[in-house]
Design a protein around this ligand. Structure first.
Ligand SMILES: [Zn+2]
Ligand SMILES: [Zn+2]
Length: 292
């Protein structure tokens, strides 16, 4: 029996648009020429940062939203991350340019893995920065998620509400963020152009179903994950640990990829297996134990 998915919010467009670069810096070929952080202004209140592969091969993406009252940073980088001083000075320059006071900063996470939290501690040295630890308990409290993982939560940055959905499966405290202004959906390590490591299959499947349902009636401009491991050649990824990726896949995915992920997961309910798809690979960490 086939499943019919809602097509998304036809006829609705997000209030704000933005732009993406033609390509991102990965790392190298000459690491002496590559800055630790690449900053891209998607629009004047939404910035995308990428940490250089020369610092850490994970080269994660970080996201910075600015509202009327506060700013929200998602993730703090990998390895010897200098995210705190870098984001601090970025916000100060932003404030100067916009003739505003530097907004207080809330630091949250996609999830608790080391390549997303490495810069956390240094945020204590910034004025007006609050770090939400990447734990289920702290996220429930900060985002008002009454029942984990089924209830949605949110954070209001001042005339800018970001919805927060619990999506365990890759890691127990994983959450997704949806920016109502731009229609950007941040899916962390749950969905990105690369290897999607599934550590809890039933939870991953249920989380994907919730994301599909959540986006059925909301405009999705882009789905942004935290890494790029896929190359621009269909079905081909860069090996683990690659620093320089001159032909990498685009960062942005769309809702069709979310539907493809769900279909892929549903095809392996009986036996999760590694499944390379055009733009990402479903990568169960270990075969699920049978019920017997
Ligand atoms: Zn992860
Ligand atoms: Zn990661």
């Amino acid at each position: 029996m086939g499943v019919i998915f809602a097509l998304g919010a036809l006829g609705q467009a997000p209030a704000e648009n933005g732009t993406l670069p033609a390509a991102w810096l990965s790392g190298g070929p000459n690491c002496l020429e590559v800055p630790e952080w690449q900053v891209h202004e998607y629009n004047p209140t939404f910035y995308i940062l990428r940490q250089s592969g020369c610092i850490n091969y994970e080269k994660p993406f970080l996201y910075l939203f600015i509202g009327r009252e506060r700013a929200l940073l998602i993730d703090t980088g990998a390895g010897k991350s200098t995210a705190a001083p870098f984001v601090g000075s970025l916000l100060a320059r932003w404030a100067e340019q916009n003739k505003r006071k530097t907004p207080p900063l809330v630091v949250a996470h996609s999830h608790g893995h080391g390549d997303h939290v490495a810069g956390d501690a240094a945020f204590a040295t910034l004025q007006d920065a609050t770090v939400i630890p990447p734990t289920v308990e702290a996220e429930q409290k900060a985002f008002g998620i009454a029942k984990w993982p089924s209830d949605p939560g949110a954070i209001d940055l001042g005339d800018r509400v970001i919805d927060v959905l619990a999506i365990p499966g890759h890691q127990p405290a994983h959450v997704a963020y949806y920016d109502r202004k731009t229609g950007a959906l941040l899916t962390g390590d749950h969905l990105y152009p690369g290897r999607l490591y599934v550590s809890d299959f039933p939870a991953y499947l249920a989380s994907t179903r919730r994301l599909v349902e959540f986006t059925a009636r909301r405009p999705v401009a882009h789905i942004f994950g935290c890494h790029i491991e896929q190359s621009s050649t269909p079905f081909v990824d860069y090996p683990v640990g690659t620093v320089y990726q001159p032909q990498e896949h685009s960062l942005a995915l769309g809702r069709a990829h979310l539907l493809e992920l769900l279909a892929g997961l549903e095809s392996m309910i009986e036996k999760p297996v590694r499944l390379p798809l055009r733009d990402f690979t479903i990568f169960p960490r270990e075969p699920r134990q049978s019920k017997q």
